[in-house]
Design a binder for this molecule. Structure first.
Ligand code: S3P
Length: 413
């Protein structure tokens, strides 16, 4: 699997703030990560590509970034915009963050509000809710913030702002979201203490350059897990998959649906657990998904809805209103597009109800400009009778360059 998108972003951010040269291997050369890369270059950080998925970052230290001469473009990447908001709030200079038309529609107050609580000055369209965002950073104070949403982007933005200020910054959230920031900050030498319901960070740490091995992205592997489960006769080993428990909800969900998934060669890489995943064609059944399972599989619901559309019985997904503010409204997008292929799928305000059918049918569908919708529809197409045309597929470059070639390759065997 190509490298984990979340961990790749964080490797550039922490590598840039550390002292010394950080070497990263397994870096995801997707468009989202390249946006983060360019932003740090615009602030004076030297980043060298040394191989197809390796790079070196000459860190400038916590106070070494330079005021960017131009607007910083986050492209389609919500992680870039929200984490940078926190990081830039702690920098004693002026910066502006913007993004593509999808990102400029997404809610930003969830990070702007706690950062203003730390003393940051941030302006944006729609009263600070939408990008472009202008940030005059510096002179923050620590905060103890109870986030109303379970979001790693919110948690990480506050922790990154907390790096710049002496004292303890605390964040709590309703359910634990992905903890890659906490793990990587610890590897770089920060004092990060998880506690029940949240995490605290002691500011002004000395961050030391590291060798970071980025594991394969479980969110990318998810498409191939479902492809293997729904394809008669399929047996597939997906190598190098990050199985961090805050991300591995997809394995638990597919297993509960009756999927045959086995983890092999479980090992640890740069503070993250990794395994090879063996998948076999299985008869799937409908289940209920809600509560703390939702953040553990938050990016996988488009492809979970495909598995559910082909499972026996009904799958109900609740507590997942966050899906409405992802790269697109993923509830509306999957209901509309899978419906066109004959799935029995209905929207709930905070989820979906899906009753499985034997087989999907041919049709023309759209990605809505969202990489994970495009790849989920490609998996759905594997089970459809006749030809499925997916429109607007260039977006898969965001997180999974090479997706179409890999899919074609496994389908040929
Ligand atoms: C991410 C956090 C999640 C996830 C996104 C990546 C991250 O977003 O959906 O794809 O790298 O921190 P939220 O924090 O909004 O849940």
């Amino acid at each position: 699997m190509p490298g984990d998108k979340s961990i790749s972003h964080r490797s550039i951010m922490l590598g840039s703030l550390a002292d010394g040269t950080t070497r990263v291997s397994g870096f995801l050369m997707g468009e989202d990560n390249l946006s983060t890369w360019k932003i740090f270059q615009a602030m004076g950080v030297t980043i060298r590509q040394t191989g197809s998925d390796t790079l070196e970052i000459d860190g400038v230290g916590l106070d070494g970034l330079a005021e960017p001469a131009d607007v910083l473009d986050c492209g389609n990447s919500g992680t870039t915009m929200r984490l940078m908001c926190g990081l830039l709030a702690g920098q004693d200079f002026f910066s502006v963050l913007t993004g593509d038309k999808y990102l400029r529609r997404r809610p930003m107050k969830r990070v702007v509000t706690p950062l203003i609580g730390m003393g940051a000055r941030i302006w944006g369209r729609d009263g600070g809710e939408r990008a472009p965002l202008a940030i005059q950073g510096g002179s923050l104070k620590p905060i103890s913030y109870a986030s109303p949403v379970s979001s790693a982007q919110v948690k990480s933005a506050v922790l990154l702002a907390g790096l710049s200020v002496a004292g303890e910054t605390r964040v709590t959230e309703p359910h634990l979201s992905r903890d890659h920031s906490e793990r990587m900050l610890t590897c770089f030498g920060a004092d990060v203490r998880p506690f029940a319901g949240g995490v605290s960070l002691i500011g002004r740490p000395h961050l030391a350059a590291q060798d970071v091995m980025v594991p394969g992205d479980i969110s990318s592997a998810a498409f191939f897990m479902v492809a293997g489960l729904i394809t008669p006769g399929a047996e597939l080993t997906i190598r190098n998959v990050g199985i961090n428990p805050t991300r591995s909800g997809i394995i638990d969900i597919l297993t509960a649906m009756g999927g045959q998934l086995e983890l092999h060669d479980i090992r640890e890489q740069s503070g993250e657990p990794v395994a090879d995943v063996l998948v076999r064609h299985s008869r799937l059944k409908g289940i209920e998904i809600d509560g703390d399972m939702v953040p553990r599989a938050i990016d996988e619901f488009p492809v979970i809805s495909v598995a559910a559309a082909l499972a026996e019985g009904t799958t109900t997904i609740r507590d997942a209103a966050e899906l409405r503010v992802k790269e697109t409204d993923r509830i509306a997008a999957m209901v509309s597009e899978l419906g066109k292929l004959g799935a029995q799928i209905e929207a709930l305000p905070d989820g979906m109800v899906i009753t499985g059918v034997e087989q999907l049918r041919m049709g023309t569908v759209s990605s809505h400009g969202d990489h994970r919708i495009a790849m989920s529809l490609a998996v759905a197409a594997l089970s459809a009778r006749g030809e499925v045309t997916i429109e607007d597929t260039a977006c898969t470059e965001t997180s999974f360059p090479g997706f179409w070639e890999l899919l074609e390759n496994i389908c040929d065997r």
